[in-house]
Design a protein around this ligand. Sequence first.
Ligand SMILES: NC(=O)c1ccc[n+]([C@@H]2O[C@H](COP(=O)([O-])OP(=O)(O)OC[C@H]3O[C@@H](n4cnc5c(N)ncnc54)[C@H](OP(=O)(O)O)[C@@H]3O)[C@@H](O)[C@H]2O)c1
Length: 329
Amino acid sequence: MRYRTIGTGAARRRVSALCLGAMKLGGVMDDSASFAILDRFLEAGGTFIDTANNYRFWEPGCTPDDSEALLGRWRAARGADLPEELVIATKVGARPTVAGGGAESWEGLSRSAVAAAAEGSRRRLGVERIDLYYPHVEDRAVPLEETVDALSELVEAGTVGLLGASNHAAWRLERARGLAEAPGRHRYQVLQLRYSYLQPRADLPLPEAAHVHATRDHLDFVREENAAGRDTAVVAYTPLLMGAYTSADKQLSRAYDHPGTRARLAALDEVAAQTGATRNQVVLSWLIDHDPPIIPLVGVSRTAHVDEAVEAADLRLTADQRRILDEAE
Ligand SMILES: NC(=O)c1ccc[n+]([C@@H]2O[C@H](COP(=O)([O-])OP(=O)(O)OC[C@H]3O[C@@H](n4cnc5c(N)ncnc54)[C@H](OP(=O)(O)O)[C@@H]3O)[C@@H](O)[C@H]2O)c1
């Protein structure tokens, strides 16, 4: 396993170069299968896990509590065996406030919603302090200042370690950064966005309406922040396109139907053949050594998925192989 640092100053944490998505753990997946996945990730040196206070409310047979509650039971069961460096990130803002509700009933990012959500997440996870806390989606009905203040109050109170932002437009991140310059406010030090090797057309929507794909502007913003000494990490979700790189039954959506996809898949196959790695592993390695560096946030529903992903963290592509991948268009 390789490692990265996220955050600066006292809030700085060392995490594995791969983050494990717990979205599918708990709920319809029982504790024994879920614990096996988490244990396998830890055995392989993984120390970074991602969840949210709404996973997976949309899935039949599941509730918004399932993933956090599963992680809480796992933490309690493993107790002193858990490494001190373990970082569990969770999110606020996209939890329905009524049973069976959708986006129209999300809790949002007002001061009261954030404070109440953080209490719920701490209780389910069984932690005093949430290691990394993201607003899951933007809430433009609430002034950004109010949200930044609400999240900063949690950091000041010691109930949150680091702040991040998920699914935010680049200009909103810059606006939040400006607001966070005031005393007592804290900036978003980790950005979570959708990103992978294949690039969707920007003029077509993704079927997953809440997903915000990383743009050139996001990556440019991060490079500038890093150069200015305000280290900003990028965590990329859906890096394996939900299995579409390897499973013929998983279709890419319309936004990926363009000549660049065909060129990039050919390049991926060429590099996979040269390295003996799978398509997924080449994608994960490409992301880890990206400029700016990216922490892939992989989804899993089996221990075999964990094994494949952690092997990829040790795969180093040559400069030539990266060139083949980067120049395919
Ligand atoms: N911030 C956000 O808005 C947001 C949005 C989405 C996700 N996330 C986070 O990102 C994490 C990952 O998201 P994701 O599940 O979309 O990511 P992903 O890594 O693109 O997809 C993971 C899925 O790919 C399939 N897969 C993995 N390895 C495979 C293999 N070797 N062969 C065949 N299929 C394979 C599995 O599907 P099956 O399980 O069907 O086998 C697995 O569940 C989530 O757990 C969550 O923590 C965040």
